[in-house]
Design a protein around this ligand. Structure first.
Ligand SMILES: C=C(N)C(=O)O
Length: 125
């Protein structure tokens, strides 16, 4: 079964040696999305805007691969500060609605580009 690289300019270009996502069959494995604005490659301002942007980037990757957010089965949320848990949860819950995937959420020492939040996912169609 062929491995397909998913690449869209509606999500930010990689900031390191990785691709936005890999599709194999009905599975989609996506790299972590920071709150980078695709057009500028610059982080949105503040944790709320970065969370919204990260989720918009995820939607762009899903769209490019022909998947829907309802197909997302697992996410990992990386926070630079666990005190942002509640505010990120609110925006995250609004995005996923009734299609909440399984999730892990952890605080990390640092994120690339000094981001405040990064979200990765796995989806199955
Ligand atoms: C931002 C990333 N996903 C990375 O550096 O792996």
């Amino acid at each position: 079964m062929e491995k397909k690289i998913i690449n869209t300019d509606k999500a930010p270009a990689a900031v390191g040696p990785y691709v936005q996502a890999i599709q194999k069959g009905n599975m989609l494995y996506a790299s972590g999305q920071l709150g980078l604005v695709p057009e500028t490659g610059v982080l949105a301002e503040g944790v709320q805007a970065q969370t919204k942007q990260s989720l918009a980037n995820i939607q762009a990757v899903l769209d490019e691969a022909g998947f829907a957010k309802e197909d997302v089965v697992k996410t990992t949320v990386f926070l630079a500060d666990i005190r942002d848990f509640a505010v990120v949860n609110e925006i995250y819950a609004e995005y996923f609605g009734d299609a909440k995937p399984a999730r892990s959420c952890v605080e990390v020492a640092k994120l690339p580009k000094d981001g405040l939040v990064e979200i990765e996912f796995v989806a199955i169609k």
